[in-house]
Write a protein that binds this ligand. Sequence first.
Ligand code: HEC
Length: 150
Amino acid sequence: MKFSMKVLVMATAAMFLTTGLAIGGEEKDPLKARVPADKRSEAKKDKSPYGKDASPEIIAEGKAIFEGKGTCVNCHGKDGDGNGPAGKVLNPGPRNFTNCKFHKKRKDGELMWVIKNGSPGTGMVPLIPATISEEEGWKVIAYERSFCKD
Ligand code: HEC
């Protein structure tokens, strides 16, 4: 009896683990472009009004939007690593903004395109203009860039 209970508990634990893995997905190919090929060159031309080096004030405003009305924090996490409470159950998982390789690969305009149009088939839904304005979007992008510490 004791033995079969143990087996049962272990089998149940194994089941939970596998289901957990199936629900909470890994981030998928972060370096692969998300803007469709026919829209990409146009998207890349869309430049941030804050340029490459946003001021600390703009980055601070971006942080407030990321953690506040933008709701980004719920999925992308307070540390920007994609481990927010809602992000944990998404498959594919949210973008990890601490990954500098990702930032090098993407132009600001490509990030803007995804915030406006979403990434189809994922939890990243369009958030401009319903949740935040375009101007707020550029500020959040400046903040997301700041998670790369290189
Ligand atoms: C409901 C969860 C959720 C919320 C809220 C959310 N995101 Fe995302 N986000 C995701 C997921 C999931 C992905 C990964 C999509 C993929 O792999 O294509 C993603 C990807 C991204 C990307 C990467 C695009 C690329 O080119 O790879 C950017 C930029 C982004 N999100 C910005 C934001 C911003 C800014 C906010 C808040 C205004 C936000 N997200 C809110 C789930 C979320």
